[in-house]
Ligand binder design. Sequence first.
Ligand code: SAH
Ligand code: SF4
Ligand code: F3S
Length: 448
Amino acid sequence: MIKNPRRYHITTFGCQMNKADSERMAGILEEMGFQYSEDPNNADLILFNTCTIRENAEQKVYSYLGRQAERKRRQPDLTLIVAGCVAQQEGEALLRRVPELDLIIGPQHANRLKDLLEQVFEGNQVVATEPIHIIEDITKPRRESKVTAWVNVIYGCNERCTYCVVPFVRGREQSRTPEAIRAEMEELGRQGYKEVTLLGQNIDAYGRDLPGVTPEGRHLHTFTDLLYFVHDVAGIERIRFATSHPRYFTERLIRACAELPKVCEHFHIPFQSGDNDILKAMGRGYTQEKYRRIIEKIRSYMPDASLSTDVIVGFPGETEEQFENTLRLVEDIGFDLVNTAAYSPRPGTPAALWENQISDEVKADRLQRLNDLVKKKAAERSQRYMGRIEEILVEDCNPKDPTQVMGRTRGNRLTFFKGDINVLRGEIVAVKITEVRPFSLNAQMVER
Ligand code: SAH
Ligand code: SF4
Ligand code: F3S
């Protein structure tokens, strides 16, 4: 028998997709009568939503799991679940490694959590990792924020970047229909949400798998069309999206962003390497020249657009000169934010098998040099905010100073200023920027 009230805790690793999946799984658990427990050690059901993008992400999962498996040996009615990308990658092998597990559930099965748990409560150990058509989400997610929300638009990835596990763990691309996306946004608007971030691993692929072509032979539903279709949803004041792929990024999309007032002037476009031979070995399908042209185009429409990106250093075979090409691109473009990582060989990916791997020392050295440059450039980019009037959507209070609230500029820069969160949460406030740091700003409210 299951005791009442049952309490759950979810620990989420990894990217925004996983965060969005966790919110939906939390919604399902609450519908089943579970209550949220802040402390995992007081929970009767523990769910790890896992990431395997790099080896250290995967290792972190095993160390957390070890502790809860140990607890389960003392408390057999504890339900232990591994979801997300490690679940998908390892499948049944995880059961051999951690026999205490009750349920292993791949990302495509997240919306089926209730059915699968019912099988667990009948006394089964369950593994759900086979590829399926993702069922439309009919539950209400338990969202972490009351102001900003994730909305998935496309699941999976059909690219084959030679370093990346995502296509293996997230499966084929599956677009949600424009109607389902709009309906979710309308519901969010009714609930008082102000900002939506549309999510896809390769958002520019949106709609390719949906039926229909235009008379010119274009897909009927592209991501750009989706933006036009959803931009006027009542209550939603800001729309963001991620992640863009330089291979498919279009001028039409840039124009839409410039034209549609709710779409924020912020672009997250990973370039991964500034060297054409490395880009080729990565299978990325563009050159650094093409990447630069995209950025120029964006800036010709929106001179102040903020830009963020992801970069990998120490990809197999990367020479010092090739690495310097990456540094040069970071130097020339001036990003607001760069997520950097040392290349990590991943199971099942082609590059992991190549013999020209780079030593850990060289990777660490390059990562350090890149990070130093990133910080210097971000500090330079921050300067342009000094003294400016910016619109901030207030999300929460500053956890380090409760007399301050925090929110983001349209360009996605975290900003702090004095104010009462109970009055300001969810409001868009005009502030004057008074202090700049590389990755955040201080400000004062101004009268409009
Ligand atoms: N879909 C996005 C990226 C998803 S993964 C895109 O196409 O850009 C997030 C980031 O993790 C990637 O941009 C990449 O910089 C990094 N990453 C992916 N695989 C990696 C690996 N094997 N080693 C190091 N970093 C990796
Ligand atoms: Fe990975 Fe490439 Fe797909 Fe991004 S586009 S998720 S890097 S395979
Ligand atoms: Fe990690 Fe899976 Fe996202 S591997 S980065 S959680 S898609």
